[in-house]
Design a protein around this ligand. Structure first.
Ligand code: AMP
Length: 475
């Protein structure tokens, strides 16, 4: 099948052609015809399947010919959980609608609202939004959703995970009852299934990406390793120069920052992207990664939702997620749109239970790399106290002011395993040789003690103890 078989406008065909798309992806082939007809749709699909074009292309076609003029109301609303996704969806609408007179705008939180309000005032046909900012601007009277003709709820399961479902319901309450609704979700938890029953009317169901098929297209590797050696294993893995763009996942924001610091120490350019980073820092990190200025981007799950890097060579699970579906989401970032990719997972003893759940979900065993310099040697659970990441300041102090304490097993491994080769000389200055002084005669030492002076003769008592016998004491 080609895009020409889908009865699309020549303007859309030209735009798609210029983007180098030769054939519609499965979800596009299945979703475009019913959306063009105005049907509601429920799509079980994750990012990387081409789902954005699956809704953007037919909606652009439906809008065309009836384009609103200045100050006329918004006609299509796309609701998505993260700023990055919102930006990318707006960019996709711009690309696919390049030859159509349709105006697209994006709004999201974390930045000033004034430029967004100004853009809205110029007139908008398609609005891409995150839920919080959308509700804010609606409450302030800057946005009226009563004339929406088509509503897209993107990544519905993520909305739930991220705690936005209440905001989503508020948005839905502002929409007209008469509308076309499209709902996309990678997984279908109970709450989303119920929501979809409420908001969709006789929907077409499109489920082109059973999760295991996406997973099958990706080369997966598992490294069993001790927690303390993951940083060294990552450096070892990155010695493979073919892994030129690598997305590393950690479970926490502090963890992401820590991995970046460790990589930088070993001379590997990396940046972190997570919820504590401001919008500007996130965009800078993403741009550096996309342009190839940095080879490694370290991300938490939420921050990574919107990352669209078409040439991602590998995904590394530095820590395994405790929700098995998250594993599928993560590794789906590589091997996008049919291209091959590698998913590398590090698993320490504590994470073996997560591994079991993941393998159950994907219905296969992840091939284990046996031959690597940092095999798992600690075969007992870490005591609970030690599992929590330390607060950043304590962590900093531990690094700079005290030598880090290691478990004996870790010390043993560091002595025996080969040292990782840095990619370029370490940025730290080389240690200066110690200065040589002529030997000096030590001055006589005067001992100062806070203990009371010891009196009496040192003797062995009858019961075998040794101690001092005070003068005048009875035998
Ligand atoms: P999405 O799932 O919408 O995030 O799309 C994933 C990636 O696939 C994006 O980089 C799109 O530009 C690309 N893409 C979407 N549709 C096609 C297609 N039919 N052929 C090739 N690439 C595509």
């Amino acid at each position: 099948m080609t895009f020409h078989d889908l009865n699309l406008l020549p303007q859309l065909l030209q735009a798609v052609d210029e983007l180098g798309y030769t054939a519609p992806s499965p979800i596009q082939a299945e979703a475009i015809p019913p959306v063009l007809e105005g049907r509601d749709l429920i799509g079980c699909a994750q990012t990387g399947t081409g789902k954005t074009a699956a809704f953007a292309i037919p909606l652009l076609q439906r809008l065309n010919g009836r384009v609103s003029r200045r100050h006329t109301p918004i006609r299509v609303l796309v609701l998505t959980p993260t700023r990055e996704l919102a930006l990318q969806i707006k960019e996709s609408f711009d690309q696919y609608g390049k030859y159509l007179p349709i105006r697209n705008t994006v709004i999201f939180g974390g930045v000033g609202q004034t430029p967004q309000v100004e853009a809205l005032q110029k007139g908008v046909d398609v609005l891409v939004a995150t839920p919080g900012r959308l509700n804010d601007l609606c409450s302030q009277g800057h946005i009226d959703l009563r004339s929406i003709e088509a509503f897209v709820l993107d990544e519905a399961d993520r909305m739930l995970d991220m705690g936005f479902i209440h905001d989503v319901r508020k948005v839905i309450a502002r929409l007209p009852v008469q509308r076309q609704t499209l709902l996309f979700s990678a997984t279908m938890p109970q709450e989303i299934a119920e929501l979809s029953q409420k908001i969709l009317r006789d929907p077409v169901r499109v489920e082109v990406t059973p999760q295991s098929s996406t997973v099958d297209a990706i080369e997966q590797r598992l490294y069993k390793v001790d927690k303390g050696n993951k940083k060294l294993l990552l450096q070892h893995v990155l010695q493979d120069r073919s892994l030129d763009s690598v997305l590393v996942f950690t479970n926490t924001k502090h963890g992401a920052d820590r991995v970046v610091k460790e990589l930088e120490r070993s001379g590997i350019a990396a940046m972190a992207i997570h919820g504590n980073k401001g919008q500007t820092a996130r965009i800078r990190a993403l741009d550096s990664f996309k342009s190839g200025a940095i080879r490694v981007l370290v991300a938490t799950d939420i921050a990574a939702r919107g990352i669209d890097v078409s040439e991602l060579a590998a995904v590394v699970n530095y820590e395994l997620p405790n929700v098995p579906e998250t594993y599928v989401h993560r590794i789906g970032r590589t091997g996008r749109a049919g291209r091959g990719g590698v998913a590398i997972s590090f698993c320490n003893f504590d994470e073996l239970a997560y591994l079991k759940d993941i393998e159950k979900l994907i219905r296969k065993k992840i091939p284990t790399v046996e031959d690597h310099p940092w095999p798992m040697e600690i075969l007992e659970a870490t005591p609970k106290k030690q599992r929590e990441p330390r607060p950043p300041r304590a962590e900093r102090l531990a690094r700079t002011e005290r030598p880090q304490r290691q478990k004996p097993a870790e010390r043993r491994m560091e002595r025996t395993a080969p040292a990782p080769q840095p990619e370029r000389p370490s940025p730290r200055p080389a240690e200066k040789p110690a200065l040589q002084f002529p030997p000096v005669q030590a001055p006589p030492v005067r001992r100062i003690s806070s203990e009371p002076p010891r009196v009496g003769r040192l003797v062995a008592f009858a019961d075998g103890r040794r101690g001092r016998k005070r003068p005048g004491a009875k035998k």
